[in-house]
Design a protein around this ligand. Structure first.
Ligand code: ATP
Ligand code: MG
Length: 341
């Protein structure tokens, strides 16, 4: 759906040059909710602004739905942009217009007829749950309601892509969840591709299907969220994951908890239905090892169960080897923390 190829962006100002994006290549599949996470200054907003050519990339290509946006200009670019909606952290609503008039604005710009606008605005108000607020002004709305107007306005011209730059960062946790649920609902109902820019891993964890980690202008990691959450490769991705799943225990503490010398410390990860399988009981029965649970947690990734258990395994070397094979066959991810300490 969206193909980002070798994207570079360098800002040149009196203060000097800043490379905000370097060698960024990403493929965002149709109907994905694709998260892009990074610390402040990593280049997230620059990336999202390059995606709809609000910012001209220094080099590289942006192909959306088969069309290379970087080759377009004038009317063609304006038309292509109508297929891309965008929402922002600070909403940017027009204060002198009512909710309905804010949502109508992009339709007016696109030259849509009055009757069509009235019908479309009604539809959008109902989609975002704001039918009662059609005639009030933005100053009379809560933050969550303002973002709902932002979403309705972004969807007015029926875009194929919705770009969200820190769309929930100004909202409290409860309101954040309700906006994320609305976005997930829209993604499922309309098959819209959503790009979520955020610095919060909890946003990624709630709704994203895929995630890319951007650090100091480069993409350092990307993939389906399950694999990035289970096996983060880069230091920065590990930090993001532990911000929502703080289940790392220092090895010294685990060693204290472990009752026996010559045992093995492992962490096993479960995803989806496997999280509720009786893996541990089966492991002990099949492989004749002893398993002491040292630490465990269970949570969710989107609507999927996601858990980990830290275990002390006791047995002969053969039994332990068999236990590993057994877990592998059950498609449980195993991480060895320490062997025979
Ligand atoms: N218009 C500009 N002129 C010069 N430098 C810029 C401009 N916009 C951004 N930068 C620089 O580019 C880098 C990336 O900025 P960007 O706004 O993309 O970061 P970000 O990841 O969105 O950060 P935040 O989480 O704080 O919003 C920063 O070093 C920033 O100072
Ligand atoms: Mg930003």
């Amino acid at each position: 759906m969206i193909q980002i190829e070798h994207l570079e962006k360098t800002y040149t100002s009196k203060q000097g040059r800043v490379t905000a994006l370097q060698e960024v290549s990403l493929h965002i599949p149709q109907s994905a909710i694709y998260g892009i996470i990074g610390l402040s200054g990593a280049g997230k907003s620059t990336l999202v602004r390059c995606l709809n050519l609000l910012e001209q990339p220094t080099s590289g290509r942006i192909v959306i739905g088969g069309q290379d946006l970087t080759r377009l200009s004038g009317k063609d670019l304006r038309q292509a942009r109508q297929k891309i909606g965008m929402i922002f952290q600070h909403f940017y609503l027009l204060q002198s217009r009512t909710v309905a008039e804010n949502i109508a604005f992009p339709l007016e710009l696109a030259g849509v007829s009055k009757e069509e606008i009235v019908a479309r605005v009604k539809e959008l108000l109902s989609l975002v749950g704001l039918k009662e607020k059609a005639n009030v002004y933005p100053s009379q709305l809560s933050g969550g309601q303002k973002q709902r107007v932002g979403i309705a306005r972004a969807l007015a011209t029926k875009p194929q892509v919705l770009l969200c730059d820190e769309a929930t960062s100004a909202l409290d946790p409860q309101t954040t969840l309700s906006i994320l649920n609305l976005l997930r609902d829209i993604n499922q109902r309309l098959g819209l591709t959503i790009v979520m820019i955020t610095h919060e891993m909890k946003v990624i964890k709630e709704i994203c299907t895929d995630v890319a980690v951007i650090h100091e202008a480069r993409i350092v990691e990307q993939g389906p969220i399950e694999s990035v959450f289970i096996r983060p490769q880069s230091e920065i991705a590990k930090q993001f994951v532990s911000s929502v799943f703080p289940n790392e225990m220092p090895p010294e503490l685990l060693r204290e908890l472990a009752a026996h010398s010559n045992s093995e410390l492992i962490r096993i990860h479960f995803v989806g239905s496997r999280a509720s399988d009786p893996v541990l009981t089966d492991l002990v029965r099949h492989c004749k090892v002893q398993a002491n649970i040292l630490y465990g947690s269970i949570d969710h990734l989107r609507a999927t169960l996601f858990g980990s258990l830290t275990l002390e395994l006791l047995g002969t070397p053969e039994q332990l080897a068999e236990a590993h094979t057994y877990l592998q066959n059950r498609e449980v991810q195993v991480e060895v923390i320490e062997r025979g300490f």
